[in-house]
Design a protein around this ligand. Structure first.
Ligand code: HSE
Length: 373
């Protein structure tokens, strides 16, 4: 029986992954073991009524006995363990949510509703590393992969509205702490519905700029503000998050000619849904209803939100999408710049399609592949 080991299953992405696997009754057809970097010997998760004992995530010999390793432990773990394991002679499948190996030649970035063909070619040719994409890239491709597949895009920009979860669990807490602090400090001003609005505003501005305001994770206020920089700087003025847009999109879809992708990535005060405003230069003047049909057929999770105020505010928001696999696309219309310029807005759950779901699915695909050979 195939032996699969999970590392980093207790963290945020890992917990979502295990939760989804239980929901989908995925824990069948393989022997599972759970590894920890800090709690070896302690109790692990309960799978089908059986409590698993945690093994050492740095034990190369033990890891080398596995056919598949699934890690959501993060990039530092990958850096520390992956190469040692390969040098030790391990030839199993490495499935990773972290970015460390994404751009390596012997790795495939996985998003199977979009690039199942690339994955299948990789499996047949013996590729052993399958890495989850950057969340913004996954969610953009889940939304509009139909346009890429039909070669309709000359270039695109994605202006992002990224949730706190993308920065980590501590950041999600910090966002809510910031919001709570704003609520606490401005509470007295809210009691009077006719109170002076500028006094309330002054209080909020003073609170978020106060030196005691909790910003140790974000480095700046996010509640009642935005942070227009995600990840480290690149030499060309992009942030690393922006750099990934072009690099990862084109590695995922692997078209003959790379499609230019760029834009600004901005952190906003939502919990776990990323949103993106897209500007797309089409290769030709394709009518909006045809575009809409193509987007709708991208995959079974993509939904179209009609371009009305009522539908957009009800269905095209983090509030509506959080915790679901649905990827709505709306505000689809041509821009004033000309008939080849299209805009759209899309929202997706950063922890599901943006992180855990492609990992869950590639694991099932690899299991299927091992059964077939
Ligand atoms: N880098 C992303 C973000 C999350 O900061 O929102 C992971 O893909």
């Amino acid at each position: 029986m195939v032996r699969a080991g999970f590392v980093g299953w207790r963290g945020m992405v890992g917990s979502v992954l295990i939760g989804r696997m239980k929901e989908e009754e995925d824990f069948v057809g393989f022997e599972s073991s759970f590894f920890s970097t800090s709690q070896v010997g302690q109790k692990g998760p309960i799978i089908d009524g059986e409590e698993k004992c945690l093994e050492d995530a740095y034990d190369i010999d033990k890891l080398s006995k596995l056919d598949i390793i699934i890690t959501c432990q993060g990039g530092s773990y990958t850096e520390e363990v992956y190469t040692k394991l390969r040098k030790y002679g391990w030839n199993g499948y490495w499935i990773d949510a972290a970015s460390t190996l994404r751009m390596e030649d012997d790795a495939i970035i996985v998003l199977d509703p979009v690039n199942r063909d690339v994955i299948d070619r990789g499996l047949s040719s013996g590729v052993k590393n399958y890495i989850g994409s950057n969340c913004t890239v996954s969610l953009m491709l889940m939304a509009i992969s139909g346009l890429f597949k039909n070669n309709l895009i000359e270039w695109l920009t994605s202006m992002t509205y990224q949730a706190a979860s993308g920065a980590g669990a501590k950041n999600m807490r910090e966002l809510v702490e910031q919001m709570a602090r704003v609520g606490k400090d401005s509470g007295s001003y809210l009691k009077d519905p006719n109170g002076a609005i500028l006094a309330l505003d002054r209080q909020v501005t003073s609170t978020i700029n106060d030196e005691s305001f909790p910003i140790s994770n974000f480095g700046a206020p996010l509640a009642c503000s935005v942070i227009p920089w995600i990840d480290k700087p690149m030499e060309n003025g992009q942030s690393k998050e922006e750099w990934k847009g072009f690099a990862e999109t084109n590695k995922i879809i692997q078209t003959e000619q790379p499609v230019p992708v760029d834009g600004l990535c901005v952190r906003i005060g939502t919990m776990r849904c990323h949103s993106q405003a897209l500007t797309i230069k089409l290769n030709s003047d394709v009518p909006v209803d045809e575009i809409t049909d193509i987007i709708a057929e991208s995959n079974q999770w993509t939904t179209i939100v009609p371009n009305t105020k009522e539908e957009s505010i009800k269905k095209l928001s983090p509030a509506a999408v959080s915790g679901t696999l649905t990827v709505p696309v709306g505000r689809i219309r041509k821009l004033n710049m000309g008939p080849e310029y299209l805009t759209a807005f899309t929202v997706g759950d950063q922890l599901l399609w943006g992180a855990a779901e492609p990992i869950r699915r590639i694991f099932r695909i690899i299991l299927g592949h091992l059964e077939d050979i």
